[in-house]
Write a protein that binds this ligand. Structure first.
Ligand code: ZN
Ligand code: ZN
Length: 133
């Protein structure tokens, strides 16, 4: 089944198909800053499963210490919506931002990461927590 999504203004759209590797909530500091929210919700898949249309922009995220680039955060330069993050390690994986899906009713998180940065009022119940990302 093919799923579709887009940014807020519609300049960037995408579609993907195939099975997801996982659906993961991320509480990390950078996801909070990029999203303006308490956490991000990510559909983890192989980069070749998704086709992006439109002039997407990239922020090379070097992490909190300014080390080597560890994730390419791709977003709409017109409206600012984060669309997906392409991981450097392991290569070939992307984290697509679930809030940009056209149909979000199918999203079912299975795991939460970076709980060390989790906001104290966030309670996702029994959702499995990864120790480190
Ligand atoms: Zn946009
Ligand atoms: Zn994160």
């Amino acid at each position: 089944m093919t799923q579709t999504g887009r940014c807020l203004c519609g300049e960037i759209s995408y579609e993907f198909s195939g099975d997801l590797i996982a659906t993961a909530v991320c509480h990390c500091d950078h996801c909070q800053r990029q999203s303006g929210a308490a956490f991000s919700v990510n559909l983890i898949m192989h980069v070749d499963q998704v086709t992006v249309t439109g002039p997407i922009k990239t922020f090379e995220d070097r992490g909190e210490k300014g080390d080597a680039v560890y994730v390419h955060r791709r977003f709409c330069g017109r409206c600012g919506s984060p669309i997906l993050s392409e991981l450097v390690e392991p290569p070939g994986l992307v984290a697509l931002k679930a809030g940009t899906l056209d149909d979000r009713t199918v999203v079912q998180p299975q795991v939460q990461a970076w709980c060390v940065d989790k906001q104290p009022w966030v309670d996702l119940g029994e959702l499995h927590a990864m120790e480190r990302e």
